[in-house]
Design a protein around this ligand. Structure first.
Ligand SMILES: *[C@@H]1O[C@H](CO)[C@@H](O)[C@H](O)[C@H]1NC(C)=O
Ligand SMILES: *[C@@H]1O[C@H](CO)[C@@H](O)[C@H](O)[C@H]1NC(C)=O
Ligand SMILES: *[C@@H]1O[C@H](CO)[C@@H](O)[C@H](O)[C@H]1NC(C)=O
Ligand SMILES: *[C@@H]1O[C@H](CO)[C@@H](O)[C@H](O)[C@H]1NC(C)=O
Length: 345
């Protein structure tokens, strides 16, 4: 629904930026410097985008993103790393195949990756006018629960959703479990982070409790932040387009269950999650947010450095974890198998 509104937005004049851009794939492999720092390999496979200093450790306190020499993102000063799990297809014979993720609308030439938004108000709000605070160097956060297998467990997190795409630009309805039918064009996952910061901690043991959702209402409705987390940040949102088309041709499980599964075994979809390691150069994110630029398209007119999709693609890293994640696999990398949760056994 909001996609249509965004096209209308082009006619209105935001007084603050609404930022939408793409980051091509940096690397896909089993590393997770936020939740399992130092582990090589980490438990499950991720797709990572952003600055090329990404590695297994990324020690807090060291300005890791500052050591990047390039980024896979449209904004050349954004050396952050953004990552999610990877979707697999489980064939009738029990083997698994990685579902490719592809460039989003307007970024069709991108080598996979994620589309990233930074918002100050609701995405459908034609006049972004609230002031939000950019993240500080060293800031990190996580959202979601890899162990969630029920609706009740997933309900703790708002806005980690799935859209079954019958057309390329469809953006609703959003569901919180895997679609249960064949989606003509693919599946989009949308991941929104909380927007209230405690103002003190750059991270926390669960990588979540230094952040909070608004006390009442929502970010979209301008709900106030709680006193414990008073600093209103931009809303970071990822969109990921999973190209499931080739799997619509194959036979699906006879029991009628959805054949898609996350790289750590969740076949319910309730354990969708996302990771963020801030790494914009100096105060470049605050500068972008404070200028009335639109998506990325006219942001260079406010002095923000952009790069072409070709240059974004060129920054890709070589995986350091040597294993096959792309063939027809007997088990998901790390040894996982699909689990449907308690209700269906
Ligand atoms: C950029 O686009 C936005 C939205 O259309 C508009 O309000 C703003 O004036 C534009 N800025 C420039 C310099 O064209
Ligand atoms: C990650 O990069 C940092 C900074 O360049 C470096 O100190 C660290 O040793 C690297 N870790 C690994 C596992 O490569
Ligand atoms: C399992 O099924 C897939 C999809 O039909 C097929 O490509 C693959 O070769 C099969 N693997 C085995 C071991 O039969
Ligand atoms: C946002 O901050 C600017 C100064 O940077 C100020 O002029 C403006 O009134 C503020 N807007 C709101 C809605 O507080």
């Amino acid at each position: 629904m909001y996609w249509q509104s965004l096209l209308v937005l082009a006619l209105a004049a935001p007084s603050r930026a609404i930022v939408r851009f793409h980051c091509s794939q940096l690397v896909r492999e089993r590393l997770d410097p936020l939740v399992e720092p130092g582990a090589n390999p980490s438990a499950h496979v991720h797709q990572i985008v952003g600055g090329n200093s990404f590695n297994a450790t990324m020690e807090p306190g060291k300005d890791m993103p500052g050591e990047s020499t390039c980024t896979t993102c449209t904004f050349a000063d954004d050396f952050s790393n953004y990552w999610t799990a990877i979707m697999y297809f489980r064939a009738k014979n029990g083997t698994y195949k990685r579902v490719p993720n592809i460039g989003n609308n307007q970024f069709e030439k991108a080598n996979g990756g994620l589309t990233i938004y930074y918002m100050q108000d609701a995405i459908y709000d034609q006049n972004q006018k609230s002031n939000v605070t950019a993240f500080k160097p060293g800031f990190r956060m996580f959202i979601g629960d890899v162990h969630a297998r029920t609706l009740a467990e997933a309900s703790r997190y708002r806005y980690l959703t799935y859209t079954c795409l019958d057309t390329w630009t469809q953006r609703s309805p959003e569901m919180i479990a895997f679609p249960q039918r064949k989606c003509k064009e693919g599946i989009m996952t949308t991941l929104r982070f909380p927007t209230c910061w405690d103002g003190k901690n750059l991270d926390s043991p669960d990588h979540m409790s230094h952040m909070s959702y608004p006390e009442t209402g929502t970010f979209e409705s301008g709900g106030p932040c709680p006193a414990t987390h008073p600093v209103r940040t931009a809303q970071v949102m990822f969109e990921v387009l999973w190209d499931t088309k080739q799997f619509n041709e194959l036979e699906w499980p006879a029991d009628g269950r959805n054949p898609f599964v996350w790289s750590f075994g969740d076949a319910t979809g309730y354990a969708n999650h996302a990771d963020y390691v801030f790494g914009w150069k100096e105060d470049s994110l605050q500068k972008v947010l404070d200028s009335p630029c639109y998506f990325y398209t006219n942001c260079s007119e406010y002095g923000h450095k952009l790069q072409s999709v070709d240059d974004m693609n060129k920054c890709a890293q070589k995986p350091v974890v040597g294993e096959d994640i792309d063939g027809w696999l007997d088990a998901l990398p790390g040894g996982y198998h699909s689990q449907y949760g308690p209700a269906s056994g």
